[in-house]
Design a protein around this ligand. Structure first.
Ligand code: ZN
Length: 279
């Protein structure tokens, strides 16, 4: 029902009534929690069969009047989940107009965090939403060095997703990418792009005019793996070929990881494994 109201009620007459009903619930439940707040939490969490929350729909439909009412409620109740749902919905569907509306309401909301400790710039970077990243970083450049729960900066997620333009943008705020490592594997953006087969990101970094970026090619992660080890182990032949042939002056083929393996050892073990499976 909530979903239908939020997606169909263009003038927001019923939506407004629902909010009024919530307001009436001034009483508290047996645990002392305000019923009004419980209703707001319910309406922000409930998802339809497409896994969309009720707040996602007015943003998706560009229903600015409903968004305006919700923004008013967020302000009064300081409901973090509600404002984060709105921000994320605007980001996920690249709705610049509503994103601006939300930020204008309160620019500090860009520091709302979800249960994975992801900030809005993490979301925008992970889906390659360049204008969104630009808008958010225009308000706070420090967000580029915010880690999520798994130790990733927004630039790591952009690299993982293969979003070259966002990687390029975020590199402007990152003077030394050799020091931008995730905390789980101690990998840089080139490691991540190579491991996940993001050929264009790998090419962009290694063809950059900034020599500092080229140094990433021989750096090792926590296990001693280089970009080449990771591309070979994850079976990305185009990237392996590019690293070995197009970058033969930069890449060091003799580097070993903590298991004392060169990239050739990894390729050979894959080959042996393939042969034995064919027997
Ligand atoms: Zn920030």
């Amino acid at each position: 029902m909530f979903h239908e109201i939020m997606s169909c009620d263009k003038r927001n007459i019923v939506g407004n009534m629902i909010f009024k009903v919530y307001e009436e619930y001034k009483t508290k439940d047996c645990s002392g929690k305000s019923l009004s707040n419980s209703c707001y939490e319910y309406v922000t969490d409930i998802v339809n069969h497409e896994k969309k929350t009720t707040l996602y729909l007015p943003v998706e439909n560009g229903n600015k009047d409903v968004v305006e009412v919700i923004l008013e409620k967020c302000g009064r109740n300081d409901n973090m989940r509600m404002r984060l749902s709105l921000l994320i919905a605007a980001i996920m569907i690249h709705n610049q107009e509503i994103l601006k509306m939300i930020i204008k309401k309160n620019s500090t909301w860009i520091h709302s965090m979800d249960k994975h400790d992801m900030f809005p710039p993490h979301y925008a970077a992970s889906i390659g939403y360049l204008e969104g990243v630009d808008l958010l970083l225009g308000l706070c450049k420090c967000c580029t060095i915010q880690r999520d729960k798994y130790g990733y900066f927004p630039i790591h997620l952009a690299s993982y997703g293969g979003h070259v333009k966002v990687v390029k943008k975020l590199l402007q705020y990152c003077p030394d990418p050799t020091k931008m490592l995730d905390t789980s594997h101690e990998r840089n953006i080139l490691h991540i792009a190579a491991k996940h087969g993001k050929y264009e990101v790998v090419c962009y970094i290694l063809e950059s005019e900034i020599p500092q970026h080229h140094k990433l090619i021989n750096l090792k992660d926590k296990n001693g793996d280089t970009t080449l080890h990771l591309a070979a182990r994850s079976l990305h032949p185009t990237i392996v070929y590019y690293l070995v042939n197009q970058n033969n002056k930069k890449v060091d083929l003799d580097l070993v990881n903590k298991n004392n393996e060169t990239t050739l050892d990894i390729v050979s073990s894959h080959y042996e494994l393939d042969k034995s499976s064919l027997r």
